[in-house]
Design a protein around this ligand. Structure first.
Ligand SMILES: Nc1ncnc2c1ncn2[C@@H]1O[C@H](COP(=O)(O)OP(=O)(O)OP(=O)(O)O)[C@@H](O)[C@H]1O
Length: 243
């Protein structure tokens, strides 16, 4: 991916196996978010291909990729501040018959049934992510960590089988961090493939059996977390970042 003179992601070949949880790490500016933007469809790469379940989705828009089973979260979630927590989750539902004038007029019962099912599903997700007691509150009252959980609930409404999670632990207080980690592991245990950008190496080591390290837009290393964190090239890349 080239931005004017800068190659933000260059020659990377990254494969996420079904059901895998892979960590994507690297110092600031390594190109991780640019990778996510390309994988999720908000950036079309200047060259190269994105394949999802054997299909070329390089030119598909984010909504189309979500329809094909791939969804992402953002580093800084932006919920609809004045809508309730439950309403925010409901905005993640796909194929809402109620949004079509045709269905509202000609199959009102179908619309009502789908709405009921969506509310049930949203409540179940809020329960799974420990937000049930806040369902009627406006999203603006949520802490940073709760917003991350809300964003995840909203994403899960679309039933993606591949999740791209951008720093789910950033800015989250330690008690909520354990919950977030446990819930992400539960989603992975349900068979969802997860690509995780995360700076918290303790979390990455606990959750991922494999990590992929980027630096300056390129692949630096990949392997088991315990091996990768001892790799002198990786140490050097992070030290360079701190200097
Ligand atoms: N839209 C853009 N236009 C120009 N340059 C960009 C754009 N987006 C990202 N870059 C540049 O591409 C490089 C990679 O940025 P990116 O945000 O992907 O890194 P990152 O690994 O996600 O970093 P961080 O850990 O700080 O979030 C950086 O040098 C950044 O300044």
């Amino acid at each position: 991916m080239q931005f004017q003179g800068l190659k933000a992601v260059d020659g990377i070949s990254l494969a996420l196996a079904p059901g895998e949880m892979l960590g994507l790490i690297g110092p600031n500016g390594a190109g991780k978010t640019t990778m996510f933007n390309m994988l999720a469809g908000s950036l079309v790469p200047t060259s190269g291909q994105i394949m999802l379940n054997g299909q070329d989705v390089t030119k598909d828009r984010p909504e189309q990729r979500l329809g094909s089973g791939l969804g992402r979260t953002f580093q800084i979630p932006r919920p609809f501040a004045e809508m309730t927590v439950l309403e925010n989750v409901l905005t993640g539902a796909r194929d809402q018959a109620g949004e079509s004038v045709f269905h509202t007029w000609f199959s009102p019962r179908r619309v009502a049934r789908e709405e009921h099912q969506n509310v049930e599903k949203a409540r179940h997700l809020l329960d799974f992510l420990l937000l049930s007691r806040l369902e009627g509150e406006p999203a603006r009252v949520l802490s940073g960590g709760q917003r991350k959980l809300l964003e995840l609930a909203r994403l899960l409404m679309a039933d993606p089988s591949v999740l791209l999670l951008d720093e789910p632990a950033a800015g989250v207080n330690p008690s909520l961090l354990e919950v977030i980690m446990e819930r992400i592991q539960a989603l992975n245990a349900q068979g969802k493939a997860i690509l995780l950008i995360e700076h918290n190496m303790d979390m990455v080591s606990r959750m991922c059996s494999r990590v992929f390290v980027m630096a300056a837009g390129r692949e630096l290393a990949q392997g088991a977390p315990s091996d990768v964190i001892r790799d002198p090239r990786v140490i050097q890349a992070y030290l360079g970042d701190a200097a």
